[in-house]
Structure formats: structure tokens, C-alpha cells
Unconditional design. Structure first.
Length: 410
């Protein structure tokens, strides 16, 4: 008799016993790449991306270019990587979108590669991209509207950028309507050319009427006035704009920004505004009175100083030989920053000790060093020979050291 084989019913298959497909190495790399982007860790993401033979999924390409550092200094090391990555995208038949063009234009501008800016812009126009953020990136690059690239040490240096009104006119002709960021850049371009007051009142009025005013607009206002030698006026104008913006009856409330600019100035996002103002105090060699006023205003807004803000304060006080206030800032650093502020506190104490000694107060320097040690702050330098050379005798140093533990003092 012929044997009939039994058929296995599909409903009793054991799926858990079937061999599972092994993930490809590329899938694992993509997961790591995506996670690095989510962490905004550009260095980690690049270490993975540079081994890719083809571009990752499109949305990851855009996200990666967006997290690339583009500061005035970091752009030099990151620009070659970004353009190499864009070549990988092109080889994978990915045409650049407006966000990606904007990122590359910004990097090219920060590295002073104006021909590359023009080339990227022409390529974007061939694709008929009409995006306000892309236009703003181009305007900032070609109209000297990026304050990070301004010659702060020689404000009389002539601008060689395009006329911002010409670019603005082209934008309007292309059917792209300017936003508040565009207004900031137009004001900045005029300020760079020494024509701050040509459209200042008009632009400030438009900013006040905006329903989406951001901290960056206030920072731009301060920078524009500061570049034209009116830093204090710029600071007061920015704060007045913040107050007037929320009381303006013609202002429409943005549902995504209901709390307004005053709230932003009190939040962590506002810290950048205060940091920029304190940095400009140093850049423009502002008076002690101006610096103190900004600091007091910042405290009134209940801003908790960041590491950068405290660092800026220490540097300013050191340059003005305000050593007592330098020392008084050290406990505040420890209280606000904790362990993260220990290195800054140590640096502040060392600079304080050296500053006092250099101004003829070696014994007071020793006393402050001892006081700092009591706070748990120590410096990583043997200052005894240095202080001795500036007037503290060996007997005085020995007497001083009797009151403390020699192992922890220096």
C-alpha cells in the first residue's frame, strides 16, 4: 500500500522554532547612528557615518547635518566632514533639501568660502527651492549679517558683503515672505555697514508686532548697537523691546509661545542672551557700571548662572583687578554648579592668588588661598616660589603654612 505523507496544518506551525534572520551589520550601524543623532552627539555619529558605503535613510541625513557644530571655530573642523557626507548623499541619488543646503551654506560662510556659498545657492535655485530658512542662511552669509564673523577688534573695517536690500528685494520677487529672523539679519547687515539707524525704528516696530519674538532677536539688537559703539543703549533697547512686546495691543499671541519673551528671558533658553551681553562687555571694554548693571538685571530675572556665565564674570573681574568680588564668586560657583564647577572655582582661585601677588599683595594672596582651601578648593600649582619672588619671605610663608595642612595647601 502506498504511504501517504501527512501534511502539516499551517495553524499548528511552530513559528518560534523557525530560524530568525540575523541583522545585517549595516542595520546595527544605522541603529547606533540614529541613537547618536538622538543624543546630539555629532562626533559619535560621524565616527559611524564615515564607514558607510551608501547614505543612510534620508531623514537621518538631514538630522545629522543639523546637529553638526557650526560655531566660528568648530566650523573649520566640521566643514570638511559635512561636505564629505553630502557627497555620500549625492552618490546615493539624494538631492539636497532646503535644510541641508542651509546647513552647508552656514558652514561655508563660517570658513570664509564665499565662492562655495554662491555655488550652493545657485544649485538650490536650480531646484526651485523656496524656503525662508534657506534664504535667511544665504542672506546671513553674503550680507555680513553674521555677528560671529564681524571684526570686533577693528569695527572700522569696511564691509565687502552684498547690499541686504538687494537680496531682500530678490527674496520678495521670488514669493518668499520675510520672517522675524529675516528682520534680525537686515538690522545686523545695516549695523555692520555703520547704517544702524537707517531702518532701525522700522525693524524694531516690526519685531515688536511679531507673535514669535525669540531671545535671538534681543541678542541681535544688543550686538548691533554694540558694534556701533552703543552697547549700553543696545542692552536697554533689548529689554524695553521685551517688555513692550508683551504689552503691545496689536500683537497676536502665538499658541506655541503663549508665555512670551519675558518668560524666555527667565528660563534656561534666556541664559544665552545674558551670556552674550556679558561677553560683549569684555569685547567692547564696557565700564564696570555697565557690567554690574547687566549682572543685577540678570539676577532680577532669577537666572541661575551657567558655567559659561560664571567664567565670563571671573574673567571680567580679573581684568578689572576686582579680586574681592572674584573670591566672593567662588562659593556661588560651588553652590550653583556643584562638582561641575570645581575646576572653574580652582581656576578662579589660582587667578585670584596670582592677581593679588602681581599687584603687590602677596600676603593677602596667601590668605585668600587659605580661605579657598577651607571651602574645599585647591589649586594645582606650587605658588610658593612665585609668591616668594614677589615679596613674601620664607619666614612668612612658613608661618602661613603652620596654620594649615601642607599636603592640602598646595
Amino acid at each position: 500500500m502506498q504511504r501517504v505523507s501527512k501534511r502539516v496544518r499551517p495553524d499548528i506551525w511552530r513559528f518560534d522554532e523557525l530560524p530568525k534572520p540575523q541583522p545585517r551589520a549595516l542595520d546595527s550601524d544605522l541603529t547606533k547612528f540614529r541613537d547618536a543623532i538622538a543624543e546630539k552627539n555629532a562626533e559619535k555619529a560621524w565616527s559611524i557615518a564615515k564607514s558607510f558605503r551608501k547614505a543612510p535613510p534620508r531623514h537621518l541625513c538631514t538630522s545629522f547635518l543639523q546637529i553638526i557644530p557650526s560655531g566660528a571655530f568648530t566650523a573649520y573642523s566640521w566643514s570638511p566632514r559635512a561636505f564629505k557626507f553630502s557627497e555620500l548623499m549625492r552618490a546615493s541619488n539624494f538631492g539636497l533639501n532646503s535644510t541641508e543646503y542651509a546647513c552647508l551654506i552656514n558652514l561655508a560662510s563660517k570658513t570664509y568660502k564665499k565662492p562655495l556659498v554662491v555655488q550652493l545657492w545657485e544649485n538650490a535655485q536650480k531646484s526651485n527651492i523656496k524656503d525662508i530658512d534657506l534664504w535667511n542662511s544665504y542672506l546671513a552669509a553674503v550680507c555680513d549679517a553674521d555677528s560671529h564673523l564681524w571684526p570686533w577688534t577693528n569695527t572700522s573695517e569696511q564691509s565687502v558683503g552684498m547690499d541686504v536690500e538687494v537680496v531682500l528685494s530678490s527674496m520678495m520677487e521670488a514669493g518668499v515672505h520675510p520672517n522675524i529672523r529675516t528682520l534680525e539679519l537686515v538690522l545686523a547687515s545695516h549695523a555692520r555697514r555703520g547704517r544702524l539707524y537707517e531702518r532701525c525704528e522700522e525693524i524694531l516696530t516690526a519685531i515688536l508686532a511679531s507673535n514669535d519674538i525669540q531671545v535671538s532677536a534681543l541678542t541681535t539688537i544688543v550686538e548691533c548697537f554694540a558694534f556701533n559703539g552703543e552697547f549700553s543703549k543696545g542692552f536697554h533697547t533689548a529689554l524695553e523691546c521685551a517688555k513692550a512686546s508683551e504689552s503691545n495691543p496689536s500683537r497676536t499671541i502665538n499658541p506655541n509661545n503663549k508665555r512670551g519673551i519675558q518668560y524666555q528671558l527667565r528660563s534656561s533658553s534666556g541664559a544665552q542672551f545674558w551670556f552674550s551681553c556679558l561677553r560683549l562687555c569684555k569685547t567692547t571694554r564696557a565700564s564696570n557700571k555697565t557690567f554690574d548693571h547687566i549682572w543685577s538685571q540678570m539676577l532680577q530675572y532669577k537666572i541661575k548662572p551657567t558655567w559659561g556665565i560664571y567664567s565670563m564674570r571671573i574673567g571680567f573681574l580679573e581684568n578689572r583687578n576686582r579680586f574681592t568680588e572674584m573670591y566672593d564668586t567662588i562659593p556661588l560657583i560651588l553652590a550653583d554648579l556643584g562638582e561641575d564647577g570645581m575646576n572653574l572655582a580652582s581656576s578662579a582661585l589660582q587667578r585670584l592668588v596670582i592677581g593679588l601677588a602681581n599687584t603687590g599683595n602677596p600676603l593677602l594672596a596667601l590668605q585668600k588661598l587659605q580661605d579657598g582651601n577651607k571651602l574645599g578648593v585647591y589649586i594645582h600649582r606650587d605658588v610658593e616660589p612665585f609668591l616668594n619672588s614677589l615679596g613674601a619671605t620664607r619666614e612668612q610663608l612658613a608661618l602661613f603654612q603652620e596654620d594649615d595642612d601642607e599636603d592640602t595647601l598646595f
